[in-house]
Design a protein around this ligand. Structure first.
Ligand code: NQM
Length: 309
């Protein structure tokens, strides 16, 4: 199915999300949270940001919540995608139409007002995202980010960081100075062609071990995998090369891990995964019911819905 924007032309080669995901064989525990997903526009209602690095297909809140129900999840954490810049209206609109079943992570600039932060908080925003992936965003000075972190800390929010493994040494001092809970997207994007006990991933494990405020999303095997096989055509053993990395983080830090679909999967170049099969990946990385419950229910509830946990 080709999804059309009415006002925007998609980036050439853009892959739309998988139109008819299978029903997962793995039944997620009651109350599970998809803790990393996005909405795109729709562009006609919520225009994409002029400074964006890609133009996606539309991916609406209704489509996101239909996927939530299809996969058996109860709640979502909607993360501001870079194609919307610091204009959080599409994400906030998704939260306000979720019946209390979605919380959000925003992108803000230093110029954001206190009233705007408070109104985002009232809508369900609980964090800000700092993105260091150069193909996705222009550079923001670190003193600006530290200032933002200090302001959002007062609301009880956390900081989500997105970076690639090779950049961790350079960013270490900045990350370890953050005053809040810090949530790393996709395990800091390890190169899974390297050994799971090699120096690069050891540094990430050390980062989490030495800093109890650091959490990790063990999401996006479809982005990290080098050898596949992809989560397509009923494949129940997808992305095998990512499993040792995610399993190590889940088993070493069971109370500080989160999982999300990453729907609608921005910028995938190779293939678009069947989201049902992505859910079937979970028991490969969280191998006991206890680990699964922490990953999918206890941890995200403690971070995003502490009043219910
Ligand atoms: O969806 C993700 O987490 C990963 C992304 C996109 C992204 O972060 C964004 O657009 O905000 C990526 O690696 O291109």
């Amino acid at each position: 199915m080709e999804l059309q924007n009415t006002q925007f032309t998609k980036t050439p080669g853009w892959l739309d999300w998988y139109a008819a995901p299978s029903k997962p064989r793995f039944k997620v525990p009651a109350g599970s949270v998809d803790a990393h997903c996005h909405v795109f526009g729709p562009g006609a209602e919520f225009p994409f940001a002029p400074e964006r690095k890609y133009t996606p297909c539309d991916a609406s809140k209704q489509q996101l919540y239909a996927l939530r129900d299809h996969l058996g999840f109860a709640r979502n954490v909607v993360v501001q995608a870079t194609c919307h810049g610091a204009d959080n209206r599409a994400m906030v609109d998704a939260l306000t139409h979720s019946g209390g079943r979605a919380r959000g992570v925003a992108t803000v600039k230093r110029s954001v007002g206190d009233a705007e932060l408070q109104s985002m908080h009232d809508a369900g925003v609980r964090g800000v995202r700092f993105n260091f992936v150069k193909r996705l965003v222009d550079f923001t000075p670190k003193e600006e980010l530290i200032e933002i972190a200090g302001r959002i800390a007062k609301l009880g929010w956390h900081v989500v960081i997105y970076f690639e493994a090779v950049d961790l040494p350079e960013l270490w001092d900045f990350f370890t100075a953050l005053p809040t809970t810090v949530v790393v997207d996709h395990m800091g994007r390890p190169d899974v062609g390297k050994p799971v006990d090699g120096p690069e991933f050891e540094l990430f494990v050390k980062f989490m071990r030495q800093h109890p405020n650091v959490w990790s999303k063990v999401s996006c095997p479809e982005r990290l995998s080098v050898k596949g096989p992809p989560a397509l055509n009923g494949e129940q053993n997808a992305y095998r090369d990512v499993i040792p990395f995610a399993r190590r983080i889940v088993e070493t830090f069971p109370d500080r891990v989160l999982w999300g679909t990453d729907w609608p999967h921005p910028n995938l170049k190779d293939h678009m995964p069947d989201d049902g099969l992505l859910v079937d990946f979970i028991p490969h990385i969280a191998v006991t019911p206890e680990l699964q419950h922490k990953l999918l229910v206890d941890n995200p509830m403690r971070l995003y819905w502490p009043e219910h946990s």
